[in-house]
Design a protein around this ligand. Structure first.
Ligand SMILES: Cc1ncc(COP(=O)(O)O)c(C=O)c1O
Ligand SMILES: N[C@@H](CCOP(=O)(O)O)C(=O)O
Length: 467
């Protein structure tokens, strides 16, 4: 399998190359040249497989010759062996139509662990084959940061610089990053910034020759294809439990950077029957506007109780626009450059129509979110986090036939956002024992202004140059 850039001019790479490269050199995102697909019989034969084996089967076509099936299975077994639930991503029934896919049983309590536990091992495997090291530069609105840090802390040949918008992540999220004191971990809180600012700085660094000539810059954000690939697996896991491939299932996905829901799109391309992918946003609703009216224009980011989704530039939307718009990389590059310059863009008819067949979208405000948390508590005795609640709200107002099961992706553990959960239910969720004494640990983090040069200078001063 080889990978091409959504902007049409970067060299194509194999899976190992795309994993280490992160962002393509033309500013685009890597996608597989074509979608592998499974027959109905092949999908049916996956029912009941342990998660690590299912993951190997689903991912092998993407990995190609970069890893043998035995090696990939060894890595998935190690990655998912760290999860606190045997099923890895268990499915809970809410009522006749609604299900919750719990993606927060990993070490840092959010869905990011599903991909990042594997990505840490992939880095180690691929870097071990040569003599390069990797300088990971990432942006986080809270969850990617802790999951990536957990996955690479203390590993040889890797340094990680994680940028978060100062004051815009929850206390639990911040401490999950800043209390990891391994020498290869560097936390940077950016003053007066949003996640979008942090993400723009990261992308700029990938295309800054002064940095890329000295350092192998790598990505842990969902711009890295390997992140999305690993997330495809749980769509299959849930679908198979609910009757796939013989019965279509819908998914409601709390969305910010469009990575998680794009993984659902990939699952559909691979043959999983998906009735609808519901894109659930908070009031930072660029994706809801784009999908419902074609208007992809960057609004101001409003801080919400679901801070991980306070995003107004959704990286992975570019992957969808590329695929549904006819895979014309040069045309998309022009469209994306226009967006970067003007902060606004209209989807083409082909892009709108291509997206409309599978995607629907809903926007939830603070009241919708709180009501969904309360509904889950009062009707199902489940505490759910604000991001999951936005997905659940969207699922409950989606206009789908009663016989289509709707799976809401539960993307974070409620204890990551205890204040919002307590406000809605009067119950304060407790941190699971596996995160230990988080509030007693020492923190380490530097504050920097939201200025590209200051951050590049800091990275350059602390990173290990290319070997
Ligand atoms: C808890 C949580 N839910 C939902 C999302 C949105 O996922 P995505 O950015 O893949 O759309 C994020 C962050 O990305 C998150 O951390
Ligand atoms: N919500 C994310 C934002 C980064 O998204 P990513 O999926 O591209 O890494 C976070 O928690 O950091």
């Amino acid at each position: 399998m080889d990978y091409v850039s959504t902007r049409g001019s970067a060299p194509s790479l194999d899976f190992a190359g795309a994993t280490l490269a992160g962002l393509a050199s033309d500013g685009g995102l890597y996608v597989p040249r074509e979608w592998p697909s499974f027959s109905t019989a092949e999908i049916a034969a996956m029912a009941g497989l342990p998660y690590a084996e299912l993951a190997q089967r689903i991912m092998q076509p993407f990995v190609g010759d970069s890893l043998t099936p035995e090696k990939l299975l060894e890595l998935t077994t190690a990655a998912y062996g760290r999860f606190a639930h045997k099923a890895v991503t268990p499915l809970e029934q809410f009522d006749e139509q609604h299900w919750l896919l719990e993606l927060f049983h990993g070490p840092t309590l959010a869905f990011k662990d599903v991909a990042l536990q594997l990505l840490g091992l992939l880095f180690e495997e691929f870097l071990g084959r040569g003599d390069q090291n990797l300088t990971i530069v990432g942006a986080t609105s809270g969850d990617t940061g802790s999951a990536a840090i957990d996955a690479v802390a203390g590993r040889a040949k890797v340094d990680i610089f994680m940028l978060h918008p100062k004051g815009r992540v929850s206390d639990v999220q911040r401490r999950q990053m800043t209390t990891v004191l391994a020498p290869n971990v560097h936390n940077i809180a950016i003053e007066d910034a949003t996640f979008d600012d942090a993400q723009a700085i990261v992308k700029r660094m990938f295309n800054d020759a002064a940095m890329t000539s000295r350092f192998n810059i790598g990505a842990v954000n969902s711009i890295n294809w390997a992140r999305l690939m690993a997330q495809v697996v749980y769509y299959f896991a849930a679908g198979l439990q609910l009757g796939a491939p013989h019965r279509p299932v819908a998914f409601s996905v709390p969305t910010g950077n469009f990575g998680d829901v794009f993984a659902g799109y990939v699952a559909a391309k691979m043959g999983l029957p998906i009735a609808k992918l519901i894109v659930a946003t908070n009031v930072n609703d660029i994706l809801h506007r784009a999908l419902s009216t074609g208007d992809y224009s960057q609004g101001t980011v409003t801080p919400t109780a679901a801070p991980s989704m306070d995003i107004q530039v959704s990286s992975n939307f570019e992957r969808l626009l590329f695929d549904v718009g006819g895979r014309d990389g040069l045309a998309l590059a022009a469209q994306m450059h226009g967006f970067e310059a003007s902060k606004a863009m209209q989807l083409t008819n082909a892009q709108r129509e291509g997206a409309a067949s599978l995607f629907a979208s809903r926007r939830a405000d603070t009241d919708d979110m709180s009501q969904a948390i309360r509904w889950a508590w009062e009707n199902c005795a489940e505490l759910i986090d604000p991001h999951t609640a936005i997905g659940l709200h969207a699922a409950r107002v989606a206009d789908l036939p009663r016989d289509v099961p709707i799976v809401t992706l539960a993307t974070a553990h409620p204890a990551k956002f205890p204040d919002a959960v307590e406000r809605a239910t009067g119950q304060r969720p407790e941190l699971p024992a596996r995160v230990g004494d988080l509030f007693d640990r020492e923190e380490r983090c530097v504050d920097l202004p939201g200025d590209y040069d200051a951050i590049a200078e800091y990275v350059a001063a602390h990173a290990v140059p290319k070997i």
